[in-house]
Each structure stands twice: as structure tokens, then as C-alpha cells.
Design a binder for this molecule. Structure first.
Ligand code: UD1
Length: 359
């Protein structure tokens, strides 16, 4: 069996790594293609190293651009690469532009597609990721879902039951594998930041960071909350580029730092009193870790983190943010538990399904 994996953006690496390792253990031929959607050392290389992925066999170096520019550049550079390797299946991950671009190329070439982290829906088509999820799932031949809401969404969209496999969450496979390393380095991080008690913030969604009328009030509330609990804020390049002057004006309790590596960020997530974010993956990681998560979005494609985890949608309701933040500091509501099949073995299940389907 020949498997080709497509990765491109930061959230792809932790999803692809466990699947790559599980397939390697079964001795199949694999090719890793990096589209170059994310290209900074701290958005890409540090993840590949920490996750023990090999150096990509093929790098498409597409870089940044508008959605159309980026997606079309990936498509035109990926086509000759996939034709050169002629895999039995191409695995795509999550919902980024690299995911949908590779799926479109393969579907026209008649090459089978497996979508890992399939079926998630925010029902908000103003999010570029929702379009990427909808299109990729329509094109995929094997759809691997992290939770049963994914299966329900896919069935409702007319996808046949035989193509859908509830396997659990591959990102949690990586988290479980690397948690001991995160625990090992945490004392060093605590000494570095000189913080016993802290919260963690990430913000990068266009809907939150692109407009002044949205981002500046958000930053002001975070600045205020950091007076109660110091906040560490690793800043995504998109946010940094746009707001570097405003970020510098924040009070010193809002620690604006460069993006962190996977293991460092995991250590902080586990030990934070509360996480404030607009990321998708962080909603899942905090649910597994039992860390309260306040999501600055009106919706989530990961509703299981609300019903079975520690996530609360606060949107742009600053009063709700203040209240939930204080509740988290005071011990707050107890974590609800962990979703089924978030057990560290999702990638093993994927590798077994691929082997039985493709041979
Ligand atoms: C992408 C994904 C998003 C994911 C996020 C995680 C899509 C549509 N969006 O958003 O779902 O949550 O990755 O990080 O695929 N930039 C750099 N260096 C880099 C990468 C980006 O400086 O290595 C800057 C560029 O100015 C770029 C901007 O960040 O234009 C945005 O990057 P892009 O890949 O377009 O989208 P993300 O916001 O990172």
C-alpha cells in the first residue's frame, strides 16, 4: 500500500504525525508532501521536529496569498507531485486550504482520498474552513470522524454510511504521546515566565483579528483580565503583522510572545488556570486536559467540547467572558469528562482500516 500525506499548516502536523507513525509501523510506503502554506520556522519546522515527522519528501513552497491564490498554487504544484508518486490513497487533514486543494486535485485524477477529521461543521459558511470541510467531505472516499456528531452531519449531507468511520481524535493521540515530555519541560517554562498561576490566550481567526472594531475591544478586555491573572499570549504571525504597535502597548501582565512549539504550548495548556482562544484544536486539547476553555467565537464545529468537555462559547460578550474567567479562577464548574474514542488509538484504527480497505 502506498500512502501520500498532505500537510501545510500548523494544525495539520499534529494530526498527520500519529497516522504517519501508525502506518510506518505496518511497513507501508509513505510520502509526505508539505505545501508550504505555513513556512515560518515556528509555524512549521519546529512542529515537524517535535512530532518526529521525517523531512517532507516534497515541498511545494506556496507561501501566503489570498484564498484563491493559495488554493490554486497548491493545486497546480501538487498535481505533478501526486502523478509522480501515484499513491493508492492521499490522506488530507482538517480544514485548511491545503486540505481542500489536494482533495480537488485527487478527485479529478481519480486518486482515492481519505479525510482525517471529517464531518465537523460550524454551520457558518462565512468561515473559510467550513467551505473547506464541506467540499473535502463531498470529495473524499474514506471519511474518518473524531466524534459521532461528525457521522450525523455526513449522513445528513448524503454521504453513504459505508464511507464513514468513527475512529476518534488523532490530535489527542499526539497529545497523549507527548504529554510526558510536556510535563518534563514545564518547570523550565515556569521559571522562564516566573509565573505560578497564569492563563493562556491565542487569537488568529480573520473574524476576530482583521478588523479594528473587533480586535481592539477584545485586546482591551484581555489587558483588563490580565490584571487579575497574568496571561501568556503567543501571537500568530497574522495577528502580529496587523497589530504589532497595539500589542506593544499592553500592560506587562499580558505577556505577548512569539508562537510556541507543540510541547511548550501543551505544557502551558495543561497548567493554565484558563485558556481564552478562537482556535478549533485548542478547544479539543483543553477538553482532554480538563482545563477551562473560553472560546471567542459565536459557534464551534466541535460541539462535543461544549457537551462533554470544558469549552464555553463566549463570542464577543465581554460580561460573559469576565464571569466565566472569574469562575475558572475560583475552581469553577468541574470538567465534564472526555469524549469516547479520544483514547490515543485513533491513528491505529485509521491504519487498520486503510490496510483492510486497500489491500
Ligand atoms: C490557517 C488556516 C486556519 C488555521 C490556522 C492555524 C486556512 C483557510 N486557514 O490560517 O484554519 O486555524 O492556519 O494557524 O487554511 N503567515 C506568516 N508565516 C507563516 C504563515 C502565515 O507570516 O508561516 C502570515 C501571512 O501573512 C499570512 C497570514 O499569516 O498571510 C495568514 O496565514 P494563512 O495560511 O493564510 O492562514 P492562517 O491565518 O494561518
Amino acid at each position: 500500500m502506498k500512502v501520500l500525506h498532505v500537510v501545510g499548516a500548523r494544525p495539520n502536523f499534529m494530526k498527520a504525525a500519529p497516522v504517519y507513525h501508525a502506518i510506518a509501523r505496518r511497513g507501508h510506503v509513505q510520502t509526505l508532501v508539505h505545501t508550504g502554506q505555513h513556512y515560518d520556522n515556528f509555524m512549521s519546522d519546529v512542529f515537524i521536529q517535535a512530532l518526529e515527522l521525517p523531512t517532507p519528501d516534497e515541498s511545494l513552497n506556496v507561501g501566503s496569498g489570498s484564498h484563491a491564490q493559495q488554493t490554486s498554487a497548491i493545486m497546480s504544484r501538487f498535481e505533478p507531485v501526486v502523478l509522480k508518486h501515484l499513491p493508492d490513497i492521499v490522506l488530507v487533514y482538517g480544514d485548511v486550504n491545503s486540505t481542500v486543494a489536494a482533495a480537488l486535485v485527487c478527485s479529478k485524477l481519480g486518486i482515492r482520498i481519505g479525510h482525517v477529521e471529517s464531518g465537523l461543521r460550524s454551520f457558518d459558511r462565512s468561515m473559510p474552513e467550513e467551505i473547506n470541510r464541506l467540499v473535502t467531505d463531498q470529495l473524499a472516499d474514506l471519511l474518518f470522524t473524531p466524534s459521532s456528531d461528525g457521522d450525523e452531519n455526513l449522513l445528513r449531507e448524503g454521504i453513504s454510511k459505508e464511507k464513514i468511520f468513527l475512529v476518534g481524535n488523532v490530535m489527542i493521540d499526539t497529545l497523549i504521546r507527548l504529554l510526558p515530555k510536556a510535563d518534563e519541560i514545564f518547570p523550565r517554562l515556569r521559571a522562564q515566565y516566573q509565573l505560578d498561576s497564569f492563563g493562556l490566550v491565542t487569537l488568529h481567526r480573520p473574524s476576530n483579528v482583521d478588523e479594528e472594531s473587533t480586535f481592539l475591544p477584545m485586546l482591551q478586555v484581555l489587558d483588563e483580565l490580565s490584571q487579575t491573572l497574568p496571561l501568556i499570549f503567543p501571537v500568530h504571525p497574522r495577528t502580529r503583522q496587523k497589530w504589532s504597535a497595539e500589542l506593544q502597548k499592553c500592560n506587562p501582565n499580558l505577556r505577548v510572545i512569539e508562537p510556541l512549539g507543540y510541547i511548550e504550548f501543551l505544557a502551558l495548556q495543561k497548567n493554565a488556570k484558563v485558556v481564552v482562544t478562537d482556535s478549533g484544536g485548542i478547544q479539543e486539547e483543553t477538553t482532554y486536559l480538563g482545563t477551562p476553555c473560553l472560546t471567542l467565537r459565536e459557534n464551534t464545529e466541535r460541539p462535543i467540547t461544549l457537551t462533554q468537555g470544558t469549552n464555553v462559547l463566549v463570542g464577543r460578550d465581554w460580561e460573559a467572558l469576565r464571569n466565566h474567567f472569574n469562575e475558572a479562577l475560583n475552581g469553577g464548574a468541574l470538567p465534564k469528562g472526555r469524549p469516547p474514542l479520544w483514547d490515543g488509538k485513533a491513528s491505529e484504527r485509521i491504519a487498520d482500516i486503510l490496510a483492510s480497505r486497500l489491500q
